[in-house]
Design a protein around this ligand. Structure first.
Ligand code: HEC
Ligand code: HEC
Length: 320
C-alpha cells in the first residue's frame, strides 16, 4: 500500500514539475503575442521579428520605381512599400512624399481576399518577384495573412490626413495609459529614448506628430525586435491606442537634430522630473513586473493544482 502511495506521489510530482516548467517557459517566450500581433511585427520589419539578417541589396520590385530613394534592408519591409496606414500610394505615402513608390496598398484587397489568397500574393504565385516564401517559413506567411485579414484598421477613422492629428482622441484616457505603462522607458515628456528616424534624433512626441500612422501601428502591436509592452497584449482597444497617440501628440518635441554616426540611441537622457536614474529603474521594474506577472499567474495555477491534488489524496486516505 505504502509503495503505491509513493508511486502516486512520484507521478504527481513529475506531473506538477512538467506543468510548472511548461508554464514558466510559456511565460518566458522571448517574443510573445498572438498571430495578429506577430503578423503585424512581421509587416513592420520581418527580419527583425525573426532575428535573421536582412537580405542584401534592394528588393527586386524596388527597381520598378525611382521616386523613393531609400535602399537596402528597408526596401524589403512590407511597411515601406505598403505604408503604415496600409494604403500604399493612396495614403500617407502618396505622391510628393519621400516614401512615394506608387505601389498599391493592402487595405482594400485584404478585405476581399481570403487568407489563402493573401498567402498566394506572398509566395510569388501572383507575381514571381513578390515571393517571400524563401525568406520566411509557412507559419510566418500565415501570420502575415492573419494580420492583413483581421488586424488592419482604416486609419482615416483615427487620423486626420491633413493635420495629422488624432481624430476625437480622449487625451485624459491617453495620459493615464501613457503615464502608467509607457513613461517608464520613454519618460513623462517622451524624450528619454532617442528614436532615430531617417538619421534624425526624435522624441516620442515628434514621432506621434510626424508619423502618427507608424505610431498607431506600433502602439497597437509593439516594435519588431524591441522589448516593449504591446497595446494589444495589454487589452487596449484601437481607440485606447488612438487616445495615447492624441496625448503623446501634445508632448514637447525634440527639435530634430542630425545624429553623428556611431552615437547610440538614448545616449543623452533628457533631464526630467524624477531624474533619468529613476526612469531606468522604473523601466527595469516594469519589465520585471511583466515577467513576474506572467510567472506569478503560472505559479498560482500550479499551486492551485497541487492544492487540488492534495485534497483528493487527503480524501482518499481518509476513506481508507
Ligand atoms: C518592394 C516593394 C514591396 C514589398 C517589400 C512588399 N510588397 Fe507587397 N506588393 C508590392 C507590389 C508592387 C504589389 C502589387 C503587384 C504585385 O503583386 O507585384 C504588391 C502586392 C501585395 C499584395 C496584394 C495586394 C494588391 O493590392 O495587389 C499583398 C497582400 C501584399 N503585397 C503584401 C505584402 C506583404 C505582407 C509584404 C511583406 C512581407 C509585402 N507585400 C512586401 C510591393 C511590395
Ligand atoms: C521597456 C521599455 C519601453 C516601454 C515601457 C515602452 N517602450 Fe516604446 N520603445 C522602447 C524602445 C527601446 C524603442 C525603440 C528605440 C529605438 O528605436 O532605438 C521604443 C520605440 C517605440 C516606438 C517607435 C518609435 C518610432 O520611431 O517608430 C513607439 C511608437 C513606442 N515606442 C511607443 C510606446 C508606447 C505607446 C508605449 C506604452 C504602451 C511604450 N512605447 C512603452 C522601449 C519601451
Amino acid at each position: 500500500m505504502r509503495k503505491t502511495r509513493r508511486f502516486i506521489f512520484l507521478v504527481l510530482a513529475v506531473l506538477v514539475l512538467t506543468m510548472g516548467i511548461a508554464a514558466v517557459s510559456a511565460a518566458n517566450l522571448p517574443q510573445a503575442g498572438d498571430d495578429i500581433t506577430v503578423g503585424a511585427q512581421l509587416y513592420d520589419k520581418w527580419y527583425a521579428r525573426l532575428g535573421v539578417e536582412s537580405p542584401q541589396g534592394n528588393h527586386p520590385i524596388w527597381e520598378r520605381q525611382t521616386t523613393n530613394t531609400r535602399s537596402g534592408p528597408e526596401t524589403w519591409r512590407c511597411a515601406e512599400c505598403h505604408g503604415w496606414d496600409y494604403q500604399g500610394a493612396a495614403g500617407a505615402y502618396g505622391i510628393g512624399t519621400s516614401h512615394y513608390t506608387g505601389f498599391p496598398g493592402v487595405f482594400v484587397l485584404a478585405e476581399r481576399l481570403s487568407e489563402e489568397e493573401i498567402i498566394a500574393h506572398l509566395n510569388g504565385e501572383i507575381d514571381p518577384l513578390h515571393d517571400f516564401s524563401n525568406l520566411m517559413d509557412e507559419r510566418s506567411l500565415r501570420q502575415l495573412a492573419t494580420f492583413l485579414k483581421n488586424g488592419l484598421i482604416d486609419d482615416r477613422e483615427f487620423i486626420d490626413p491633413v493635420s495629422l492629428r488624432a481624430i476625437g482622441g480622449d487625451t485624459e484616457n491617453g495620459k493615464r495609459r501613457y503615464e502608467t505603462v509607457c513613461a517608464a522607458c520613454h519618460g513623462l515628456d517622451g524624450q528619454t529614448l532617442a528614436l532615430k528616424s531617417d538619421g534624425i534624433d526624435q522624441g516620442l512626441g515628434d514621432v506621434a506628430s510626424n508619423d502618427p500612422y507608424r505610431f498607431l501601428h506600433r502602439s497597437r502591436f509593439g516594435v519588431a525586435g524591441v522589448v516593449m509592452p504591446i497595446g494589444r497584449d495589454l487589452g487596449w482597444s484601437t481607440e485606447d491606442s488612438r487616445d495615447v497617440l492624441a496625448y503623446v501628440q501634445t508632448l514637447p518635441k525634440r527639435v530634430g537634430q542630425p545624429v553623428p554616426a556611431g552615437v547610440g540611441a538614448a545616449s543623452e537622457p533628457a533631464p526630467q522630473v524624477g531624474g533619468p536614474g529613476t526612469s531606468v529603474f522604473d523601466g527595469i521594474l516594469a519589465g520585471l513586473g511583466v515577467f513576474f506577472g506572467m510567472f506569478g499567474m503560472s505559479l498560482l495555477f500550479g499551486l492551485g493544482f497541487v492544492a487540488f491534488l492534495g485534497a483528493i489524496v487527503f480524501l482518499l486516505r481518509k476513506r481508507r
